[in-house]
Design a protein around this ligand. Sequence first.
Ligand code: ADP
Ligand code: MG
Length: 448
Amino acid sequence: MDNIKIEESALWGLVYEALVSSLPSHAVKTWFSSAVPVSYIENSLTLSVPSKFFSEWIESHYKDQLLSAIRSVTGDPLTSFQLIVKKEEIKKQLPSLNPPRIQVKKNNINRNYNFKNFIEGTNNVFAKNASRAVSESPGQAKFNPLIIYGGVGLGKTHLLHAIGNSALNKTPGLNVVIVTSEQFTLDFVNSLRKGKALEFAKTYRSADILLIDDIQFFRGKEQTQEQFFHTFNELYQSGRQIVMTTDIVPTEMKGLQDRLISRFQSGLSVDIQPPDFEIRVAILLEKSEQNGLNLNYEAVEFIARHIKNNIRDLEGTIIRVLAKSSLMNREIDFNLIKEVVKERVGSSFSPELTIEDIVKKVSLITGVKEREITGKSRKMEIAEARQLSMYLVRTIIGSSLSKTGFYFSGRDHSTVIHAVKTIDKKQKVNKKFQNQVELITKELDLSF
Ligand code: ADP
Ligand code: MG
């Protein structure tokens, strides 16, 4: 088997070279540098790639180029390729290493959410530790029920599934029932409609661990709450574990029956706070590595400074950078990252940076007084500093044309358009000026 190993990596080395000469370098770097040759058997080269996103992207965008690169190396028009995701590779090896597990009852647990890939920080460590404790010994009175609360995209669902996964790993036969509160409601309503109330009760009341996501949706649904109350009591009294998540502090959940709220208080409530800057950086580094994206520190810092209160958004930014780079055939550089961040945060982009800050900065660099920049003088050096300021206001803060014009002594939008065009043109013909503008932009962008 050993020589096959050498063969596939040697083959991949040559194919990679062929790709370098047929595709733009950023495309090869982004999509192929993280591919690992796994085998070359029966005319088919198997490559493992970091995620499903990669395999779909390569299949839909670079299939022909990859095929012809492989065939040009093997000289055989029948050679083909297959892409697998790294995780699949591990999964495939598992059966031979471990005897098959006891068949676990099928449920909706997301296998990708576990404790290991949940990044810990001061904002979530309490919630994580409590979740872990519950998964290790479910049903202990002091943690029952466990309520995890916090804002959108902060990892509540992730922790809920991690509890399920970890408990099942420890005790494969456990009956872990995981639902969203909407699903619970739907099941309940359907059971009424179809006269299957008994079946409904049985499903939920036989759980060893009941994990319910987003219980804020129970608000105002009296009958469902009634059902949930009974389910809750039955499970609780027989020492089974209940974990719930919500985006509102449990005691302040209006529209929830008082008796439910008082039941919730018998256990433990833990919160997840928005991540601070360091944690956002850690998450970005981890998620970009998972996606095979190699971001430098400057880029990571920039994203982390702007996308502040939602981990789902941090992840989404990385996927979007990858997608945009390929769709628009662009190098992943600071400009691209800035564009994506800007799109994602929309009007809240650089809220701390004001037009005044920009004018101040331009004044500092050009030596033209702030008052003159915003004033009416047409003197060349003053007009130039003003145009530069307008350009920066538009490109960094993105203020509207009229708002920008208004700030500079009530000029109209066409003056602003003209300023932006002029600065753009000037940058094209004057490299030194371009570098200067880039430097100011960067300094301003990172200065808050
Ligand atoms: P919520 O349920 O609180 O709205 P999710 O659990 O759906 O948020 O999390 C949103 C995304 O962010 C998920 O992809 C999740 O894996 C990821 N995520 C959240 N917190 C963390 C963390 N601490 N470490 C790693 N990934 C996280
Ligand atoms: Mg959620």
